[in-house]
Design a protein around this ligand. Structure first.
Ligand code: AN0
Ligand code: CP
Length: 316
């Protein structure tokens, strides 16, 4: 069965990027693929882009779509095996996943990191359990450690806007006062490691990501130095990996401003959104010609369409 949980589920990245670009030019070319099939989109957490873009992509492919805020409207789900369910969880994932799998041909799930228990978060227990018990392909709409539909949209955006064969892409940590997951940053590194780019990662000391994700990326702690000659600046805040889920520093000098962007090689600015203006990125950058954030978000529809198309083809 073909799932879409991480880069491991990708057979050919350049073909997947092309499939997204083809869908963008001709959104309804594969309307028959999803006909009489249903996708269920389950949200344990808030979403704007993922929810709407995935729904739209599914509809473009002829799929019926059911969306549920399971975190809010569903029964509290127990994920652990063999426990006495005498707490606040009314239903076990064994039943819930199997039942949803009986209604849906594909299930998309958003379930963020707890940021309290690293071992559990990095085991991706929610996804492992749905994969085990739903009996249908599972799509990652942002898990504790990854956000692959975002990363694919990022790859499509870089492909569309690059002016060099092998652009320099800098992932920079941005200041924020609340602890945010590492998922977007992890996933971006994971995918960039397989793309034809020079990857540089910059963050204050203490914010090192898990080495399994950074891979061949070069870590430079001096943000100004890292930004030199960048073609793409990808901003994101994340909380620390060690100690887990902490805000160690929210140094405002890490905010992306025009002065910072001036260090790049006429670089473009990217961010997955949502973001807090003038905390992480200055208005002058977001409202100026360097910002690709809207184009990037628009590409979420085509990344979702490429991923769902591949799953549907695999089901034929
Ligand atoms: C989430 C995160 O940082 O993972 C979702 C980003 C797509 N962001 C927030 O919670 C603000
Ligand atoms: N980038 C992204 O996944 O946005 P949402 O959280 O709004 O879905």
């Amino acid at each position: 069965m073909k799932h879409f949980l991480s880069f491991e589920d990708v057979t050919d990245l350049s073909q997947l990027i092309t499939s997204g670009i083809v869908a963008k030019r001709n959104p309804f070319g594969d309307q028959e693929l999803g006909k009489n099939k249903t996708i269920g989109l389950l949200f344990f957490n808030s979403s704007l882009r993922t929810r709407i873009s995935t729904q739209k992509a599914a509809q473009n492919l002829g799929l019926n779509v059911i969306t549920m805020n399971v975190g809010q409207d569903g029964w509290g789900l127990e994920m652990e095996e063999g426990v006495v369910m005498n707490g606040d969880k009314a239903e076990h994932v064994k039943e819930a996943a199997a039942v949803i799998g009986s209604y849906c041909d594909i299930i998309g799930i958003r379930s963020f990191a707890s940021l309290t228990d690293r071992e559990k978060d990095y085991q991706e227990i929610v996804f492992q359990q749905f994969k085990k018990y739903a009996g249908v392909p599972i799509v990652n709409l942002e898990s504790a450690t990854r956000h692959p539909l975002q990363s694919l949209a990022d790859c499509i955006t870089i492909e569309e806007f690059k002016l060099k064969e092998r652009p320099k892409v800098v992932l920079t940590w941005l200041p924020h006062f609340k602890p945010l997951p590492q998922a977007v940053a992890n996933s971006f590194c994971e995918w960039m490691n397989h793309a034809d780019v020079e990857l540089v990662v910059t963050h204050p000391k203490g914010y090192d990501l898990s080495p399994e994700f950074v891979g061949k990326g070069q870590v430079i702690y001096d943000q100004n130095k890292a930004l030199e000659g960048a073609d793409f600046v990808y901003g994101k805040n994340w909380s620390s990996f060690e100690p887990y889920g902490q805000v160690l520093n929210s140094d405002p000098s890490w905010m992306i401003t025009e002065a910072k962007m001036a260090l790049t090689d006429n670089g473009k600015f990217m961010h997955c959104l949502p973001l807090r203006r003038n905390m992480k990125v200055a208005d002058e950058v977001l409202d100026g010609p360097r910002s690709l954030v809207i184009e990037q978000a628009a590409n979420r529809e085509w990344s979702a369409q490429a991923a769902l198309r591949e799953i549907l083809i695999g089901m034929k």
